[in-house]
Design a protein around this ligand. Sequence first.
Ligand code: NAP
Ligand code: FER
Length: 338
Amino acid sequence: MSKTNRQFVLASRPSGYPKESDFNLIEAPVSNPSDGQLLIRTIFLSVDPYMRGRMNNNRGSYAPPVENGQVMTGGIVGEVVQSKNPNFKEGEIVQGNLGWQEYGISNGEELIKVNPDIAPISTALGILGMPGLTAYFGLFDICQPKAEETVLVSGAAGAVGSIVGQLAKIEGCRVVGIAGTDQKINYLLEGLGFDAAFNYKKTENYRHKLKKLVPQGTDVYFDNVGGEITDAVFPNLNLGARIAICGQISQYNLTEPQLGPRLFQYFIVKRIRMQGFLVFDFINRYQEGLQRMTKWLHSDKLKYHETIVEGFENTPTAFINMLKGGNIGKQLVKVSDL
Ligand code: NAP
Ligand code: FER
């Protein structure tokens, strides 16, 4: 008897925040792998901010948009349940981009083997996966922090931001975080050892807050959110400050583009450098990043948190929840047991 594969396909392109009805849950028979292919059962599914961009009809991105009726893209960790590929054995755990579905077929080319003895397999989608590598290369390569400098992180309690702050502490920096709930601020200060943090949703004037909380000024700004928070950071930057534009999540769900204050005059006298980057720019150095991150994880210098929603059918809920700030650390969906 053939098994059923549940999949989420794009039903409509959202305007503003996505809604549950923008996704359709469909059922299809689980496919049989052909020669060279393997069948993977999803255990954890990652929901990430970039997926919001894939729901738009904008071309000219690094990846094409998801079309209506197509399975939503996304990273998963799963178990090889059937293999006709000599490089993979049944029972092995792999990470790959197999989308929002319970079973996926791969030819093995872009799969990464996950060793469950190194860390819990979910970390291959978080601290030891794309978000962790984003934090590592974005901070060390783009921002080049030095000991004693002040590093400011927006989106600080999320998958990327929470790692950026800890890496900056390892480097000997003073670390300040911005996030959207008191629970997140407490996590940053008490759980992760940030030196200062504030809840932007309870702050009237971000600029005044930064002046008070960061009187020494900011040397490195790791930006995950953009918008009004980033506008308020510019006047606080020190001579020679570096900014990494990692993400601009405050803009992803707008229906009209925002026009901010024009503050680039601050960049002139302060000789500020700002650079956007994609984690994929560093693909040739992933092994270096993973080795160092794994060492820090094993020596308790790095901690991580996951917000896990149970059940494949709850994937859109988990995604929308993450976009609205419901997660601490990495937002995952648990699809099946190990
Ligand atoms: P995340 O931070 O775990 O989750 C997203 C968080 O964004 C939410 O929890 C929410 O936290 C915050 N947020 C949502 N709307 C906001 C708004 N209007 N203003 C301020 N904060 C808002 O997600 P992540 O995976 O770590 O990604 C973080 C950022 O990095 C995203 O912008 C993403 O696009 C970017 N990214 C870039 C790359 C790259 O290669 N360049 C790779 C991965 C991720 P609050 O409660 O604090 O609002
Ligand atoms: C992300 C946000 C944006 C991300 C990638 C992008 C890998 C790229 C967007 C584009 O090409 O338009 O979080 O993560």
